[in-house]
Design a protein around this ligand. Structure first.
Ligand code: SF4
Ligand code: SF4
Length: 197
């Protein structure tokens, strides 16, 4: 099935000011008005989306917040944290040197590595297993990696499975060419250097 890439509507990306007031007025404590207000907002978006679905805006500026998945797919911003993947070098080999930092850092114990040596002092992961059933998409593995060998990709498909065993991925299934994760890599370089790591 062919799919169309759709950008995220500007209205969604635009940050909104959040009112952080902890004390509530009597009217707010009654909740009725707030429940009605919530229903009005939800219904408004429901009807806007429904009308947009029945009469799709052909060539016009998109107003609805939903996409017609899977015919349409969102172009995700580089800050999005999808499935972690391993980065391959120009020869298609993993950049990972099996240092084990990501395995150690992972709070969900989702990574397991069996290290081996190609030559004395030249390590590589003989096996690199990532259990996406455990992964919490925190991005610590990416943050800690000294070789930019693991990054959070924009992949989100195939992450819902009936059997947990189908969420266990091996090195060969995780490898992606560097060109495919270029946007995320430059985002990571920018954001981590900002934090002075
Ligand atoms: S994203 Fe977080 S939970 Fe997932 S593998 Fe990396 S460190 Fe572990
Ligand atoms: S931190 Fe990077 S280089 Fe080290 S084992 Fe993990 S992916 Fe490989």
């Amino acid at each position: 099935m062919t799919s169309v890439q759709v950008g995220i509507p500007a209205a969604v990306l635009k940050p909104k000011k959040v009112r952080r007031r902890l004390d509530m007025t009597l009217w707010e404590k009654l909740y009725v008005a707030e429940i009605v207000r919530g229903l009005v907002v939800t219904s408004k978006h429901f009807f806007i989306n429904m009308i947009g679905f029945i009469f799709p805006p052909a060539g016009k500026k998109r107003k609805i917040f939903t996409v017609y998945y899977p015919e349409e797919k969102l172009t995700l911003p580089p800050a999005y944290r999808g499935r972690p993947v391993l980065v391959a070098d120009a020869q298609g080999k993993e950049k990972c040197v099996a240092c084990g930092l990501c395995e150690k850092m992972c709070p969900a114990h989702a990574i397991s590595i069996v290290a081996a040596e190609k030559a004395p002092g030249e390590r590589y992961p003989e096996r690199y297993t990532l259990d996406l059933g455990r992964c919490v998409y925190c991005g610590y593995c990416e943050e800690v990696c000294p070789k930019e060998a693991i990054v959070m990709s924009d992949e989100y498909q195939g992450l819902a499975q009936r059997e947990r065993s189908r969420l266990v991925f091996q090195k060969e299934q995780l490898l992606r060419p560097e060109s495919k994760v270029k946007a995320r890599l430059s985002y990571v370089r920018r954001i981590y250097s900002k934090w002075n790591y």
